[in-house]
Structures are given as C-alpha cells and as structure tokens.
Design a protein around this ligand. Sequence first.
Ligand SMILES: CC(C)(COP(=O)(O)OP(=O)(O)OC[C@H]1O[C@@H](n2cnc3c(N)ncnc32)[C@H](O)[C@@H]1OP(=O)(O)O)[C@@H](O)C(=O)NCCC(=O)NCCS
Length: 163
Amino acid sequence: MKDIWIRQAREDDAEAITALNDAAFATKAEARIITELARDGDSLYSLVAHNDRDILGHIQFFRILIDGADIAAGLGPMSVLPDRQRSGIGSGLVKFGLALMEGAGREAVFVLGHPAYYPRFGFCADAAAPFQAQWSGPSFMALRFGETGEQAGQLTYPAAFGA
Ligand SMILES: CC(C)(COP(=O)(O)OP(=O)(O)OC[C@H]1O[C@@H](n2cnc3c(N)ncnc32)[C@H](O)[C@@H]1OP(=O)(O)O)[C@@H](O)C(=O)NCCC(=O)NCCS
C-alpha cells in the first residue's frame, strides 16, 4: 500500500467509481447500486483508495435497519482495479471503513460476499444467521462491535438492493 491513500469519495469521483466497478465485476449492477444508494440518502460512507492520480479501489457502506432502528451498516459493493488486486488495497479499505463504522456507533456490519475473504476481518456467518434478511447462508456474514448490541432481528436493506 505504498503511496496509496484512502479518502471519502467526492461527487466528481462518480464516473471513475462506475468505471472501476464495471472493470471489477461482470455486471453493471454494482455501479447502479452505488449510484442509487447515494441518490436515496442511504450511503453512510463511500471511500476510495487512490495514488493521487487514479482511483484504484472503492468500498461502499450503507445503512441497515434492525427491527426498524437505524443502528447497523452494510458493506458493499467493493472493488479493486483488476491489475491492482491482491496487493492489500481491498484489506486497507475494509479496515479503514470498519473503524469508521465502529466510530460512528454502528452496532454491526453485514456483508454478502466471498466466505474466504471477509472472515479475516472478523466477519462470520454464525453472527449473521439469527438476523432475517433476503439473504442467508455462508456468504451472508456479520461483524458485531462489542457484545451489547442486537443479536437477532429483522434487517431492512435500502431500496437500491431491491428490498
Ligand atoms: C475482492 C477484492 C475487493 C479484494 O481486494 P484486493 O485488494 O484484491 O484484496 P487484498 O489484496 O487486500 O487481499 C488479497 C487476499 O484476498 C483474497 N481474495 C481476493 N479475491 C478473492 C475472492 N474472490 N475470493 C476469496 N478470496 C479473495 C486473495 O486470495 C488474497 O488472500 P491472501 O492474502 O490469503 O493471499 C478484489 O479482489 C476485487 O475487486 N474483486 C472483484 C470484485 C469482487 O469480487 N468484489 C467483492 C465482492 S464480495
């Protein structure tokens, strides 16, 4: 991660973030979700990793309600430029973003993603299993900050996810 920095995305990053997502994913769905989260006011943090010239990676955090309370977050989509993957940029974005989520008082972060990738940051499927959502199974994981928050409940995802 030498000479790479992380900052909040700005409005004029939108085109580069769309191009990055289109390069990293097989579909345009991820870029659409990011655009709609921002439009609907459901984005909590949109972070980019950059080298002062190009945007190399992006991670999205958005609000999730537990039993109607605005106390949790979701992670995703996230992406790193294909030719810059596996050099620590994704890990840097996840760790930076999780620290922001904990600092913002979110009780938990949920992710639907690669079961081989997210557990290294503390996510696990067992923590997500007691929550009702449109997803379940080994790819649906949660990271709870501390022991005092909700351990089960109904999750409400933003409209951008087709909820
Ligand atoms: C997933 C992604 C964001 C990770 O970013 P990255 O910068 O490559 O990740 P890092 O360099 O921090 O970490 C690399 C590690 O992630 C693992 N990894 C990368 N992609 C993975 C995948 N699809 N499934 C499982 N593990 C993966 C690598 O094996 C490597 O593991 P190691 O440290 O044990 O060798 C990036 O590969 C990417 O953009 N992929 C395409 C889009 C995507 O799948 N996004 C995530 C949707 S859940």
